[in-house]
Design a protein around this ligand. Structure first.
Ligand SMILES: [Zn+2]
Ligand SMILES: [Zn+2]
Ligand SMILES: [Zn+2]
Length: 164
């Protein structure tokens, strides 16, 4: 079982360093299990994606890398690192924002279901398996085979509603 249920609610103030260290150690385990290399660049890109619970675009990642390293990071290498992280299930791509968000429980394969706040842009991953079941059932009833079922629900998070 995933221990993601012990992770803090991203909507509440919390020690985010804990989220980052959990994500990095989970990534190391996933890469070791799959026999793939968790290179310095891949790790660095994952850390950047995890800098908050808000999806981050490839361009922002490039900018930060270039600024921190004092030289322009080559876009193809960053895109390849993002592809790798996505293939390993370490990040999810949020299509509506053309951005990436770290996955808190990459140990098991799953589709991404997200609540995305229109105001603060936080993305909250839903882990209720019933969502996938309902989608699978609806697709089957149409004789449809699913290849991807990313769900992106936009609205206002609890924090932003409280602040309004
Ligand atoms: Zn956090
Ligand atoms: Zn996930
Ligand atoms: Zn919000």
């Amino acid at each position: 079982m995933s221990d993601s249920h012990h992770l803090p609610d991203p909507q509440q103030p919390h020690n985010h360093a804990h989220c980052v260290s959990h994500a990095l150690s989970a990534a190391e385990q996933v890469c070791a299990r799959d026999g793939v290399r968790f290179t310095t660049l891949r790790k660095r890109v994952l850390e950047l994606v995890w800098q908050s619970h808000k999806p981050l675009g490839a361009y922002d990642i490039l900018e930060t890398l270039s600024r921190d390293d004092g030289r322009r990071a080559a876009p193809p290498t960053v895109y390849r690192a993002l592809d790798f992280l996505q293939e390993q299930g370490l990040v999810h791509r949020i299509a509506s924002l053309n951005a990436f968000i770290g996955c808190p429980s990459p140990e098991h394969r799953h589709q991404g279901h997200f609540l995305i706040c229109l105001n603060c842009h936080i993305a909250i991953e839903l882990e209720q398996s019933g969502i996938s079941d309902a989608i699978a059932e609806a697709a089957t009833s149409q004789g449809f085979t699913i290849s991807s079922e990313t769900v992106e629900i936009s609205g206002l998070c609890a924090q932003c509603q409280a602040a309004a």
